[in-house]
Design a binder for this molecule. Structure first.
Ligand SMILES: Nc1ncnc2c1ncn2[C@@H]1O[C@H](COP(=O)(O)OP(=O)(O)OP(=O)(O)O)[C@@H](O)[C@H]1O
Length: 305
């Protein structure tokens, strides 16, 4: 399989102050190994605080790993120069805050081209605007003159201007209305067919259903399950994936069996499975260690297997 980027045992801890003198390292991401293949959409799903954005930030080099590696086309991403930002770009959730309101659309899209010294900018501006299906006269508008969906199209135009191989899309449709969301997802799919791969971060498994090729399920900073979307959605192995699916209204009724998922205060343990305190299949060993299994390219971190 043609791997574009991979994370190897990627770990990020943050040091938090506890009380007057105390300190504690919390795991935002723990030992995550996964890959994104060329021209695929890898969906990353999990609840708030599960570590999705941290994964995105490490891949974008906005944060440094505490340990582990990001390997892009066989090279340590942190040892690649400025050209890395040409190959890997980003679309954030809220274009209102990610786009500078004082700049015109033309300047917004042109900025990364100028940074990288690209010459034929006029042609590229026209090309990307066409790709995101916005009329040319929008080049002179400012973000405040646009609707939410149009703003996100501008953010996407900017993200594709340098012809990246990978886009990290962090909840890119979460702030949009349902109908606009569908249009933007369609646009991502078109871009995928033009050769761009995506790390698509979302808390909403329904969005995964619409867009992803493969899915990484993350909880407590750990990779719970990874596999092809169809397999994960029709036959979830990890109890946490079952939990996510049980919260989806009606679409997957066969998973709506009542299970005892406990509501607990969210803390990531130093060892064992982070989902253990909520898990209906909890066993004593889950507080101490987690077994990782792989079969047919599918990964699951759970002592049930
Ligand atoms: N800069 C930081 N300092 C301290 N803790 C942080 C920092 N960034 C993230 N965290 C913690 O790391 C964990 C993972 O956060 P992250 O933002 O990656 O989760 P997420 O799944 O993207 O959630 P959300 O959807 O709410 O953004 C959380 O417990 C969060 O509080």
């Amino acid at each position: 399989m043609d791997t574009l980027i991979e994370t190897r045992n990627l770990t990020k801890t943050y040091r938090l102050k506890r009380g007057l003198f105390g300190k504690e390292d919390i795991y935002a991401l723990k030992d995550v190994s996964l890959s994104v293949r060329r021209s695929e959409i890898l969906g990353v799903v999990g609840e708030s605080g599960s570590g999705k954005s941290t994964l995105g930030k490490l891949i974008l080099r906005l944060e440094k790993p505490s340990s582990g590696e990001v390997v892009f086309m066989g090279k340590d991403a942190f040892k690649i120069g400025k050209e890395y930002t040409k190959e890997v770009s980003v679309v954030f959730q809220d274009p209102r805050s990610s786009l500078n309101p004082r700049m015109r659309v033309k300047e917004i899209i042109e900025e990364p081209l100028i940074v990288h010294g690209v010459k034929n900018r006029k042609d590229i501006l026209e090309e990307v605007l066409q790709k995101v299906q916005l009329p040319l006269e929008f080049l002179n508008r400012k973000p405040d003159d646009l609707s939410g969906g149009q703003r996100q199209r501008v953010a996407i135009a900017r993200a594709i201007a340098l012809k990246p191989k990978l886009i990290v899309a962090d909840e890119p449709t979460a702030s949009l209305d349902m109908s606009v969301q569908q249009e933007i997802l369609k646009l991502f799919e078109n871009l995928k067919h033009q050769g761009i791969a995506f790390l698509f971060i979302t808390h909403d498994i329904r969005v995964i259903d619409k867009i992803a090729d493969r899915v990484a399920v993350i909880y407590g900073g750990m990779l719970m399950e990874l596999g092809h979307k169809e397999e994960i959605l029709s036959n979830p192995l990890h109890p946490y994936t079952r939990f996510l699916l049980s919260n989806v209204p009606v679409k997957h009724p066969k998973f709506r069996r009542e299970e005892d998922f406990k509501e607990v205060e969210y803390t990531v343990p130093q060892e064992g499975c982070p989902f253990a305190p909520r898990c209906p299949d909890y066993m004593q060993e889950c507080s101490k260690s987690v077994r990782r299994s792989e079969f047919n390219g599918r990964l699951v971190s759970c002592n049930l297997y």
